[in-house]
Design a protein around this ligand. Sequence first.
Ligand SMILES: O=C(O)CCC(=O)C(=O)O
Ligand SMILES: [Fe+2]
Length: 230
Amino acid sequence: MTLQPSTDNLVSDLNRFGCATLKGLLSPAECTALSSIYPGSDAFRSHIHMARHGFGKGEYKYFSYPLPQLVQDLRTQLYPLLVPVANAWNARMGLDSRFPTDHADYLKACHAAGQLRPTPLLLQYGTGDFNCLHQDVYGELLFPLQVAVLLSQPGADFEGGEFVLTEQRPRMQSRAEVVTLNQGDAVVFAVRDRPVAGTKRDYRVKMRHGVSRIKSGTRHTLGIIFHDAQ
Ligand SMILES: O=C(O)CCC(=O)C(=O)O
Ligand SMILES: [Fe+2]
């Protein structure tokens, strides 16, 4: 895992677009190692078939605790990079909650509120699969940013399957953003609401994310959500 030394683009892209990419966060070997965990059941607490719930088509598995070391490291090391943005967003949106600098302390708060179950997950899509636009809210406590890492190689492992975000603006038409990722790249994005600077004052927009139809092949992703689930 390589965390970029400069987070300048990260902060300004998150503020401008509600999303930002971290290029080459994982090496191809790390991506392959993570994808290869998918078929087993030991590392996971549950297995979801998206079509059964109307979530799209494809499947995913939530990791159980203890998380695999690389997933644990990503979650612990990405979180403090995002805390300043998360706290600034909550202040701008008039929300009271602020986030501690250590992820372990934030998890203690989640667990005390009854959000005990781990939320990091691996997703697997085949030809024709897709992920409907959604928000990963798992209870009252919500960290406003999350991360998805593309583990497969576009053009080689799969075609199609673009990461998509929509932004619903008050009394305006929605805006879409397609995030182009290579293997090992991560996208950081708003879980639900984010503030946008208007001409007079900030206003709030609602973001949703999903994945367009996989035209062929197999696509794996790792999802890192920082709040735990009820
Ligand atoms: O497969 C993707 O790129 C998106 C996965 C997703 O919905 C998530 O990580 O929350
Ligand atoms: Fe998601």
